[in-house]
Design a protein around this ligand. Structure first.
Ligand code: NDP
Length: 505
């Protein structure tokens, strides 16, 4: 927070879920305080916009360096409020933020510069036509707890690069990283009021929806729908990055060793609490047994516990302890319907909150573990007759965020990828598209609306304006009042000439 006028209503006690210890106590910004923050943002925004891309880019590059110079401190903060493994905070968060500051500093102008367009309309020819991208003003970002830097603060970077002021409401579970980034932007010279943090609960998020000019939300599909409903009342434009149930399809001709390593990594990384984590695997029958044997061995070697620095554990804690209830319910439901737990399957809440890396076999689509977002360290593997069945089952889902195909035949992989209903599909890789910031990242179906990254990832934070400039023109255009039979005939001839020469089928 850059300033505090009214007293806080209450505090958020931030718990390290890997140890159960309270690591900080943070003042809540209640919904009644949101208008005050928005007013401050509106006062700061015009000066920030007028600085231009070059000057804003320089400040964002300073932030990039700050992130690298302070990377240990950022990682420690993330680990303290999430209980995730050190490497999960380093690779998927610090590395992302550093890259994003540089990317948007470099590319904001490219994506948002005025565009000159040509028209085919005979009535407009000869005019100067411009498409302009104008910052919306004040952007609200509502973030989840799984990636307090990447998925919360990360969306503020392009919003600021476009010339907006931003108010971030982090998850009540993980507000510390967002506050630390306040220190970053302040020290790097970004003007007061351009970035503000509103630690709070759902109702603070709701008030933000009402008051901002654009809202970026990341979280569950259920809450995303509530946010969209609320945004309808004020016609607040928004983008939603919601849940996923990402499938992995392993063909018989895949490099099984690489596919097994990837299945384990991309399902268990961040203890499975990633919107684009591998949530279900389909394996062609001829290689099913071999694949399962490789994965079983690798899952058995994973180390879980409270992170104590680099390399100390592979899996950390359940960041939001109630999430263990969902994971537990999915595993129980699967077992009741005939699944076999080949590894893990237990939770522990005695000393921190953990769920074991869990392998589920003999699964099918009657089970929640194959249809609903589990968002935990589980890996259900299902045998399929062939790739066609794998594609059909992959698409048998309300979600469509991300998917992966595994085959040594790249052309076949691409053909299969094009049949998958998801916003991103990788062949012989998973998740890696997320760090290519040039690519759009957004869900199909119930996985979201709009996208982050790429041109749309920054243009969404702007309003488009079309400008037409007419320099040389007659006193009266052909189509202007008053109408006359002579000019109407002339227009008819013109229409025939321009549009009437196509062949009929
Ligand atoms: P939510 O979707 O409920 O929360 C996301 C953010 O929205 C949080 O900052 C939350 O605040 C805020 N929020 C909650 N209610 C409202 C509201 N009515 N209006 C505006 N903002 C609101 O996620 P959960 O933490 O409850 O997780 C539930 C499920 O969501 C998980 O089981 C998982 O399946 C999925 N999920 C998906 C993520 C993704 O990356 N796509 C990330 C996290 C979870 P507060 O924290 O104070 O409730």
């Amino acid at each position: 927070m850059t300033a505090t006028a009214a007293p806080p209503t209450h505090k958020i006690e931030v718990e390290n879920p890997a140890t159960g210890q309270i690591v900080a106590s943070v003042d809540v910004v209640g919904p009644e305080r949101i208008p005050e923050l928005v007013e401050r943002a509106r006062a700061a925004q015009p000066g920030w916009e007028v600085l231009g891309f070059e000057a804003r880019g320089q400040l964002l590059r300073r932030c990039q360096k700050w992130v690298i110079d302070n990377s240990e401190r950022i990682i420690e903060t993330i680990v303290s409020e999430t209980g995730k493994a050190w490497e999960d905070a380093q690779m998927a968060e610090v590395s992302y933020a550093a890259s994003a500051f540089g990317f948007w500093a470099k590319n904001a102008e490219k994506y948002l510069a005025d565009e000159r367009v040509k028209t085919a309309s005979p009535f407009v020819k000869g005019r100067k036509l411009i498409v302009r991208h104008v910052p919306v003003g004040v952007v609200g970002v509502i973030g989840p707890w799984n990636y307090p830097l990447t998925n919360s603060f990360g969306d503020c970077i392009p919003a600021m690069a476009a010339g907006n002021a931003v108010i971030l409401k982090p998850s009540e579970v993980t507000p510390l990283t967002a506050l630390l980034m306040g220190e970053c932007v302040r020290e790097c010279g970004i003007p007061d009021g351009v970035y503000q943090v509103a630690p709070g609960f759902g109702e603070t998020g709701g008030a933000l929806v009402d008051a901002v000019d654009f809202l970026m939300f990341t979280g569950s599909t259920a809450t995303g729908k509530k946010v969209m409903e609320r945004a309808a009342k004020t016609l607040t434009p928004l983008a939603l990055e919601l849940g996923g149930k990402d499938p992995m399809l392993v063909c018989a001709d895949a490099d099984l060793e690489r596919a097994a390593n990837a299945a384990v990594h991309y399902s268990m990384q961040n203890a499975g609490q990633t919107c684009i984590s591998t949530e279900r695997v389909y394996v062609e029958a001829p290689v099913y047994d071999q694949f399962v044997s490789l994965v079983t061995q690798k899952v058995g070697e994973l180390r879980q516990g409270a992170p104590r620095g680099p390399g100390s554990v592979d899996l950390g804690a359940m960041i939001h302890p109630p999430q263990s209830d969902i994971v537990e319910a999915h595993v129980r439901d699967a077992v009741e319907k005939g699944a076999r737990v080949a590894a893990g399957g237990h939770r522990s809440d005695s000393n921190g909150h953990f769920y074991e890396p869990t392998l589920l076999l003999d699964v099918d689509h009657s089970m929640a573990a194959m249809r609903e977002e589990t968002f935990g360290p589980t890996l259900p593997i299902m045998k399929v007759a062939d790739a066609d069945e794998g594609v059909r089952l992959s698409n048998d889902s309300p979600y469509g965020l991300q998917a992966s195909i595994w085959t040594k035949d790249a052309a076949k992989g691409e053909r299969l990828a094009r049949r998958i209903e998801a916003g991103a599909v990788t062949v012989n890789d998973a998740q890696i598209n997320y760090v290519a910031l040039e690519l759009p990242m957004g869900g199909w179906k119930s996985s979201g609306l709009g996208s982050r990254h790429g041109a749309d990832g920054i243009r969404k934070y702007t309003k488009k304006q079309a400008i037409v400039i007419t320099r040389l023109a007659p006193k009266r255009d052909l189509h202007m009042l008053p109408y006359s039979a002579k000019r109407t005939k002339l227009i008819a001839r013109m229409l025939k000439l321009v549009y009437g020469r196509g062949k009929r089928d």
